[in-house]
Design a protein around this ligand. Structure first.
Ligand code: NAI
Ligand code: MG
Length: 340
């Protein structure tokens, strides 16, 4: 039995978590759930955004299943999600984006963005200077660059992906990003020789353009924290919206699975959220826990579900609310499971 720490959060978080839980419960997988709160509800009750108990629960669990969390306007706020990423050293943020139906994708994308998750501009110290200016410090370390590059090539190897592209801004950030690029090519030669994995590099601004114009040039992308965050939302937009994007935050001992989107306050409570990102995050969690047949069953069923326009969710012009979509997906999963 695997222990799963569930953090639904707020906004559409609890809605998409409920949908993904229904899918998982129906699959009869050996998971035991323990639910907890972080963020504002935790602050109101305990005076901290994440308690020591929640942090221990997350640390001891086999995986964390996270919905979404609204960022409050308070200046002292530190995102519990960032705290979990740092405390558990969830250094690799894996964000696949693939087109489920060309009818609602702008381009036929099929990429995986591997984003450095512990450094860069996230958690950067910001200092106000005298002349109404702000100084923001960004850390880029050789160790963190090397481990995310190793992760990306290893991911490509294990998932039969033929190419890894390094996305950076080394023409401007000539020390930090240049180091990232050099380390990338230092690793790429080994994978080219032993695993026939190709490699190249692209500046981040050009990468944003190529993703729209020549999506086929990308396979796995490895990049620094902020670039990965921005490019993965762009990728989401190109395949129908953020509701389609899953993610995994992987460390040496822990892992957290969450959709790429936030709490979507504009549609929260309206049964309008597309739960696909959360459901595909559940599939990534099953892969991580060693249940690849179950995760494939989910992925293939999601694809089959969206092949039929009657099952489309509201974000792509369909009629299905979160609940109705979940029901239809479960029916397809059951049919597929019965055949195989
Ligand atoms: P967002 O991702 O919540 O929403 C952006 C747009 O995508 C909205 O139009 C929303 O309706 C749509 N959208 C998002 N998820 C969807 C879904 N499942 N189905 C259909 N449409 C969906 O980003 P936004 O509005 O910038 O942020 C809202 C709040 O969420 C903020 O407080 C932000 O700080 C927080 N946030 C939290 C994240 C997390 O918990 N991991 C990540 C990103 C933002
Ligand atoms: Mg983001």
């Amino acid at each position: 039995m695997h222990r799963i720490c569930v953090i639904p959060g707020d906004g559409v978080g609890p809605e998409v978590i409920a949908s993904a839980r229904a899918v998982l419960d129906n699959l009869d997988v050996p998971l035991r759930y323990e639910e907890t709160v972080v963020g504002t509800p935790s602050f109101e009750k305990y005076g901290v955004y994440i308690t020591k108990e929640t942090l221990s629960l997350a640390t001891e669990s086999d995986a964390i299943f996270f919905g979404a969390l609204t960022t409050p306007k308070r200046r002292d706020y530190v995102s519990p999600l960032l705290l979990l990423r740092w405390n558990l050293e969830l250094y690799a943020n894996v964000r696949p984006s693939f087109c489920l139906n060309p009818a609602f994708c702008l381009v036929p994308l099929d990429i995986v963005i591997v984003r450095e998750n512990t450094e860069g501009l996230y958690g950067a110290a910001e200092r106000e200077l005298e002349n109404n200016a702000v100084l923001t410090e960004r850390i880029v370390s050789e160790a963190a660059c090397q481990r995310i590059i190793d992760f990306a090539f290893d991911y490509a190897k294990k998932n039969n992906r033929g190419k890894v592209t390094c996305v950076h801004k080394a023409n401007v950030l000539r020390t930090s990003d240049e180091m990232f690029k050099k380390l990338f090519y230092g690793t790429a030669v080994n994978y080219a020789f032993y695993n026939k994995i190709r490699s190249d590099d692209v500046l981040v601004d050009a990468a944003a353009m190529y993703m729209c114009r020549e999506p086929g040039r990308f396979d796995v992308i490895v990049t620094l924290n902020l670039y990965g965050d921005i490019l993965s939302d762009e990728a989401g937009g190109l395949i129908g919206g953020l509701g389609f994007c899953p993610s995994a935050n992987i460390g040496k001992k822990n892992a957290l699975f969450e959709p790429v989107h936030g709490s979507a306050p504009d549609i929260a409570g309206k049964d309008a959220a597309n739960p696909t990102g959360m459901i595909l995050s559940a599939a990534m969690m099953l892969d991580y826990l060693g249940m690849p047949e179950k995760s494939s069953l989910i992925r293939e069923s999601v694809r089959k579900c969206f092949a039929n326009k009657n099952n489309w969710t509201k974000d792509v012009g369909g009629e299905c609310g979160t609940g109705e979509f979940t029901k239809r997906l479960i029916k397809i999963i059951d049919e597929k499971a019965a055949i195989s």
